[in-house]
Design a protein around this ligand. Sequence first.
Ligand SMILES: NC(=O)c1ccc[n+]([C@@H]2O[C@H](COP(=O)([O-])OP(=O)(O)OC[C@H]3O[C@@H](n4cnc5c(N)ncnc54)[C@H](O)[C@@H]3O)[C@@H](O)[C@H]2O)c1
Length: 280
Amino acid sequence: MSGAADPEAPATDTTDQEARATDFAGQGVVVTGGGRGIGAALARTFAAAGARVVVNDLDTEAAHAVARGCGGTAAPGDAASPEGLAALVGQARAALGEIDVWCANAGVAPVGGADAPAAAWASAWEVNVLAHVRAAELLLPRWLERGGGRFLATVSAAGLLTMLGSAPYAVTKHGALAFAEWLSATYRHRGVRVHALCPQGVRTDMLASTGAVGEALLAPTALDPEDVAEAALAGLREGRFLILPHPETAEYYRVRATEPDRWINGMNRLQQGLERSEAL
Ligand SMILES: NC(=O)c1ccc[n+]([C@@H]2O[C@H](COP(=O)([O-])OP(=O)(O)OC[C@H]3O[C@@H](n4cnc5c(N)ncnc54)[C@H](O)[C@@H]3O)[C@@H](O)[C@H]2O)c1
């Protein structure tokens, strides 16, 4: 079921002009998983653009260190569970008044295939997908009332393509992208702007944790988190749904959509190469 009546209908000029006019000075921004990596870079980049930032992370010290460094407010805790999110939204509203931008950035990257432990699948669903759904549930009533709000989902190129060696990651990142797309298609005319940030490799602790596979597949073209954060803010300013810090991702996505068998064959050749080199 696609339910797509007129997928080619263009966005109105007014919408695009509004998006281009985005200025983050004074805006209230929340970054989940902001204690390190891409989230820390997002927090610092928004703060440098004049935003008032709330930095969340499971790691209390890391959240405080980043908040201190960018003049923001730390709100440590779990940004995936219903209770944790309710507390975070409450703390953020107390600090910021309005939440203008929600960066659903916290993520986990368990490795493994169909035999990955049930706990790894559950944690990937909770943090990579349900955290976004639950945040949207809490944010939407106010955003619809005031006619605006921005949701930036840190997805991954794995959400558009796949990630060899990590079925829970690939599947849940597709879920995160699907939810972001649904949110945008449903609420765009009511002022809610949604963006899906889909980098390939980024030099963070998460990339390091993927070991030999990440080293072989992602490290050679990996970007620094600061470059990804700059690309994210540029994408928000331009009003783009898909933000691709590695521009070549667009071509891979096109081939996957238009020549799926060629795409799968290519990915399988990569898998065989990883098996030969014993990375997998
Ligand atoms: N590093 C990459 O190559 C890469 C590529 C594409 C997408 N991403 C995505 O970018 C996002 C950030 O990844 P990163 O590379 O900066 O990872 P990272 O591991 O360096 O940082 C992630 C942070 O999120 C926090 N976190 C995890 N679960 C949390 C929770 N439930 N509540 C609050 N905080 C939580 C961690 O404590 C950590 O500080 C993730 O969604 C990841 O999937 C990363």
